[in-house]
Design a protein around this ligand. Structure first.
Ligand SMILES: *[C@@H]1O[C@H](CO)[C@@H](O)[C@H](O)[C@H]1NC(C)=O
Ligand SMILES: *[C@@H]1O[C@H](CO)[C@@H](O)[C@H](O)[C@H]1NC(C)=O
Ligand SMILES: CC(=O)N[C@H]1CO[C@H](CO)[C@@H](O)[C@@H]1O
Length: 256
């Protein structure tokens, strides 16, 4: 990823130049006020906190003034470190759980920005500054080229070692199962017990509804949901909830 750190701002500026009026204000802001960087960083860091705590609630695109901040965050040490700490807290909790050995102690993982990282996609789509384009994103999913989020990959292995069963619960559609499984296996994930994707009847449901329904089904089947890891509040909220929920950072998009 090292080279991306230098490449990204350039790509962003090129795409900003190539794009419409909205981008010009960002360029103007930076060129007219080169000393504004620190103020922008301070604001954008606070904005990011409001997003992570869900104080911001629903939002569609990142603030234009935070484009560079988000690009740098996603490619820098901070994102990796934030994710590492989430994984460490998750493991510390997992180690306190008495695993019964009956195959019913489970941990749920979301996929996008949890097990897999879509940073290569967002790097050429403005880090959440461009409106979400489902067609373009589906094309990316079908390439199956998403790298693993390293902190989650390590946690996944450690949880398997502790005897948890892995349940993958994603907002991706059933039609994307093969590409996603191929991608997951290729980057090192294995031995999941269930991989749940949206079926036809789930299309159009809010993520928080769909995922809560699936957790309810799992509980009805006797599974004990100890942990739930996701980058969206809609991965974690709703009833029933896991014993403990772990929120990974994601300042690029918000899914309801
Ligand atoms: C969305 O992505 C598709 C496929 O890459 C592209 O053809 C289309 O123009 C994009 N739509 C918008 C509104 O950018
Ligand atoms: C997925 O792969 C299986 C075999 O591995 C195949 O039978 C099935 O048709 C594939 N599904 C899709 C949607 O491509
Ligand atoms: C980043 C990465 O390792 N991507 C791989 C995902 O899986 C496909 C196979 O479907 C590989 O071709 C990619 O290189």
């Amino acid at each position: 990823m090292g080279s991306l750190r230098f490449l990204s701002p350039l790509l962003l500026f090129l795409s900003a130049i190539a794009s419409a009026a909205a981008s010009q204000s960002l360029l103007r802001m930076v060129s007219e006020n080169p000393a504004s960087g620190d103020t922008e960083d301070l604001y954008c860091d606070s904005w990011r906190l409001s997003v992570e705590t869900n104080n911001a609630g629903y939002w569609e695109t990142i603030p234009a003034r935070c484009l560079q901040f988000v690009a740098e965050y996603m490619n820098g040490e901070r994102y990796a470190s934030d994710s590492d700490v989430v994984a460490a807290e998750s493991l510390a909790f997992a180690q306190t759980v008495q695993v019964a050995g009956d195959g019913k102690d489970v941990w749920i993982f979301d996929v996008d920005e949890t097990l897999l990282s879509n940073v290569p996609y967002y790097d050429v789509h403005g880090y959440g500054w461009e409106e979400f384009n489902e067609t373009a994103f589906d094309e990316w999913v079908n390439l199956a080229k998403a790298p693993a989020l390293q902190a989650s990959l390590r946690l996944y292995e450690e949880l398997l070692g502790l005897g948890f069963q892995m349940i993958l619960l994603t907002g991706r559609a059933e039609a994307q199962r093969n590409a996603t499984e191929k991608n997951l296996s290729f980057v090192g994930y294995h031995s999941w017990k269930r991989f749940i994707l949206r079926e036809a009847s789930d299309i159009g449901k809010k993520a928080v509804t769909y995922k809560s329904e699936r957790r309810a089904q799992l509980e009805a089947q006797g599974y004990r949901i100890h942990g739930n890891s996701g980058d969206q509040w809609s991965d974690l909220l709703g009833s029933p909830m896991a014993m403990r929920s772990f929120k990974l950072p994601n300042p690029m998009y918000y899914i309801q």
